[in-house]
Ligand binder design. Structure first.
Ligand code: PLP
Length: 401
């Protein structure tokens, strides 16, 4: 008798490289215990380290008070919430999205997984760049699709468009792009996005089948130095835009985001029911009713960009003074400095010995770097600087991977 408890689906999902690396880090490296030890400074994940704002809590409290008997009924998308999300999306990316094309989801996770399932047939290939967001591979595999990974340009952190072109095959159905990028902080420039749009069009023509773009824009409001963010969606009509409120509201455990289809997408009316159907069968991927009622007020809260820009500037300047090579991120709350030794895991271990926790680049399938997350408090950042200096001096740069 076959006594296996888990399906082939589980084996396929758990086979994803980042899952292996995350399990290893969470379960076997002692991270869960280590991060709570006194004096340890944690720069690993994008969880908030400052107390939630009183205004945020008040908005959620208000949204819980029922105004009629259907307050907590099944809710596909509250009209007021969708109108507020659409208005803000139009303002932020400058594209005239329509209310009917903005679908509220349980964060960026659900927006991406829904988009993958809307256009991807089992066995289709999904191209994305390394370093990626950890969960792309798991979501792609779970949707029955095949991940195809392409490195970015390691000096400019820009997309390597030639490598993307080479990676496209007749089975390619989707390309995922993440700008501003986690973990590099890069915002892809207009020239790159124009060329990307043109290459996707040409490849679709060659294949005789449309390739879709999923634009993962979880950080599109976290943009520094007054830079204007340009959405990849502007440059390619067959695009989906995935957004998460978890980043700007510093509350990733309160699930809310959306999947938006631009007005340039041909026949997009056909997608409206399809998206809803996939959200339902995916396990009701709509935000809780109370989160939806809160959304218009949550949209009025300001993300403290000046604070995060200061954190970035303090950290970048201090690391460079020490001798680290670090590219200034244009957005997001991450830094992706080069490891001073080729073996980034050994360097993360050297930092750990100083009580500083970071993620080695190999967790992003990009060895030779490490990620610092600036959701840590300013006090933590300041306290860490001498430790970053000690670890830098403690390692021997002649050690390679
Ligand atoms: C690039 C990127 N995309 C999507 C997500 C998913 O966001 P959420 O957890 O809010 O759904 C994250 C979260 O870390 C991310 O960094």
């Amino acid at each position: 008798m076959d006594e296996r408890l888990t399906s082939d689906r589980v084996a396929n999902v758990e086979g994803a490289t980042p899952f292996q690396l995350l399990y290893e880090f969470y379960r076997r490296s002692g991270y869960e215990r280590r991060r709570h030890e006194p004096g340890v400074l944690d720069f690993t994940f994008g969880d908030p380290h400052d107390q939630p704002s009183a205004a945020y809590v008040e908005i959620l409290r208000e949204a819980l008070i029922p105004q009629h008997e259907l307050w907590f009924a099944y809710n596909f998308g509250d009209a007021g919430a969708i109108a507020a999300a659409t208005e803000s999306l139009r303002r932020h990316v400058g594209i005239p999205f329509e209310n009917e094309d903005v679908h509220l989801t349980t964060g960026g996770f659900a927006a991406i997984s829904t988009a993958l399932k809307i256009v991807g047939d089992v066995g289709d290939e999904v191209v994305y760049s390394l370093p990626p967001w950890f969960l792309y591979e798991g979501l792609v595999r779970e949707a029955g699709l095949v991940p195809v990974k392409v490195p970015i340009d390691r000096t400019t952190f820009d997309l390597d468009l030639d490598a993307i072109t080479e990676a496209i095959t007749p089975r390619t159905r989707i390309v995922i792009v993440n700008s501003p990028n986690n973990p590099t902080g890069r915002i892809y420039p207009v020239e790159t996005l124009e060329r990307l749009g043109a290459l996707l069009d040409a490849a679709s023509e060659r294949n005789g089948r449309r390739i879709f773009l999923i634009s993962d824009e979880a950080y599109n409001r976290i943009v520094f130095d007054g830079t204007r963010f340009r959405s990849p969606v502007e440059f390619y009509a067959w695009s989906f835009l995935a957004y998460s409120y978890g980043k700007t509201l510093l509350s990733p455990g309160e699930r809310m985001g959306y999947l938006a289809v631009p007005p340039t997408m041909p026949d997009r009316e056909l997608l409206r029911n399809a998206i809803e159907a996939i959200q339902i069968t995916g396990g009701w991927l709509f935000p809780n009713a109370s989160m939806q009622y809160a959304l218009p007020q949550l949209e009025t809260l300001e993300f403290d960009l000046p604070l995060f820009q200061r954190k970035r500037d303090v950290m970048v300047a201090a690391l460079r003074d020490i001798g680290y090579r670090v590219t200034v991120p244009e957005g997001t709350f991450y830094l992706f400095p080069e490891s001073p030794i080729g073996d980034d895991a050994a360097f993360a271990a050297a930092l750990d010995r100083e009580g500083v926790l970071v993620l080695p680049g190999r967790m992003f399938e990009t060895p030779g770097f490490f990620r610092i997350c600036l959701t840590a408090t300013m006090e933590t950042i300041e306290a860490s600087l001498p430790r970053f200096a000690t670890a830098f001096r403690a390692v021997d740069p002649s050690i390679s991977a």
